[in-house]
Ligand binder design. Structure first.
Ligand SMILES: Nc1ncnc2c1ncn2[C@@H]1O[C@H](COP(=O)(O)OP(=O)(O)OP(=O)(O)O)[C@@H](O)[C@H]1O
Ligand SMILES: [Mg+2]
Length: 342
């Protein structure tokens, strides 16, 4: 049952069930909706479906709907004719055309603007589309797989996602459980990543059974991606195991009481309040961004600010995905996302 590229898909009853569905639907044309938190392996599942389908000789094209500005996404998906809009100097095919008879994977589908949701629905019903600014009707050859880590039912209720498109995409729904609900996979995954990174970086790192127990008990809000990153750090850094211990400790005790040796207060109460608010904001921002692996659209939703405000705040706080998060002192002992079920 094991796959060459994805050797660990049968490590738990939940993933065995996912795998059975993949095998059953791979050779059909059914649209698939893959759901699950960030980092659970949705991309791998999409690629596995394609690799097992008769379409595997054709391209697998991934489009991240959250990464493309709203005004460009129609042309990105369906292409445009010359002169369709300012700057359209020549005809450009879209990703649906590039995918040919392969698979088009629409990642973060919930971010698709409503007008585009309507067009996608028509395309999925008629199996035809036209380029932006064009009249020629082009046949869709590709199979559509969509994915989201958002609560689509909530988006439906808020009118942010079209119900008809939801039912059209949902022909087959695959829910990938978070890693904390399939803990038996953790030791297998950890050992597999360890072997892979040892080979890649020419190391001979080992994991003590104590560390393995800690890894298995950890909450993994970033799922398999977080586990993969931690193991990579353990292999690459000389103090890698300590880094993991610090992470576990940081997750458990986010707040620190004022130490007896704290400096004497020299600011006015107003200054203290302002500075604390700024610090709290920065820490929350850094924490959320880290948890969602710098998926800014997701972070803006969690923090309930517009995408633009979030970008401004990131710039204001001088946060950078490459710099490690400065561990702050949130008042309530650590933040967890609203949908975390640990
Ligand atoms: N079963 C698995 N075996 C090996 N590696 C895995 C497995 N599941 C996930 N991974 C690895 O974890 C990382 C995250 O997986 P993936 O990108 O598929 O997650 P995702 O659900 O698409 O996340 P996002 O919602 O953030 O896009 C990848 O590097 C992937 O290779
Ligand atoms: Mg993904």
């Amino acid at each position: 049952m094991t796959d060459d590229r994805i050797p660990l898909f049968d490590g738990s009853p939940q993933m065995q069930a996912v795998w059975r569905v993949i095998e059953n639907i791979a050779d059909t044309d059914a649209t698939v909706l893959i759901r699950g938190e960030s980092g659970v392996g949705k991309d791998l599942v999409a690629r596995a479906i394609h690799a097992r389908s008769p379409r595997r000789g054709d391209p697998f094209v991934k489009v991240n709907c959250a990464a493309i500005p709203a005004e460009l996404i129609e042309s990105e998906l369906f292409g445009h004719e010359r002169g369709a809009f300012t700057g359209a100097y020549r005809r450009k095919p879209g990703q649906f055309e590039y995918a040919k008879n392969g698979t088009i994977y629409l990642d973060e589908i919930a971010e698709l603007p409503l007008a585009l949701q309507a067009k996608l629905l028509h395309v999925l019903q008629d199996f035809r589309f036209s380029r932006v600014g064009g009249v020629e009707s082009i046949e869709v050859g590709a199979r559509v797989i969509a994915a989201t880590n958002r609560d689509l039912e909530y988006a439906l209720r808020r009118g942010e996602f079209r119900e008809d498109l939801y039912y059209r995409l949902n022909m087959v729904e695959l829910r990938i459980p978070p890693l904390r609900e399939r803990r038996e996979e953790i030791p297998v995954l950890a050992s597999w990543f360890l072997a892979r990174f040892n080979e890649q970086y020419g190391r001979q790192k080992r994991l003590s059974s104590e560390t393995m127990t800690r890894l298995t008990g950890y909450s993994w809000s970033g799922n398999v991606r977080e586990l993969e990153n931690i193991i990579r750090r353990m292999v690459v850094l000389s103090d890698g195991e300590q880094a993991f211990e610090a992470l576990v400790a940081g997750g458990r005790c986010g707040s620190t009481a004022t130490s007896p040796g704290a400096p004497i207060v020299t600011e006015s109460l107003r200054e203290i309040a302002r500075r604390s608010a700024r610090e709290a904001e920065r820490n929350a921002l850094a924490e959320v961004l880290e948890r969602v692996h710098w998926n800014r659209a997701e972070a803006s939703r969690i923090l309930k600010v517009s995408y633009k405000t979030l970008l401004n705040k990131i710039a204001e706080c001088r946060l950078d995905p490459r710099s490690p998060r400065r561990r702050g002192t949130p008042a309530s002992g650590g933040w967890s996302p609203p949908n975390a079920r640990s």
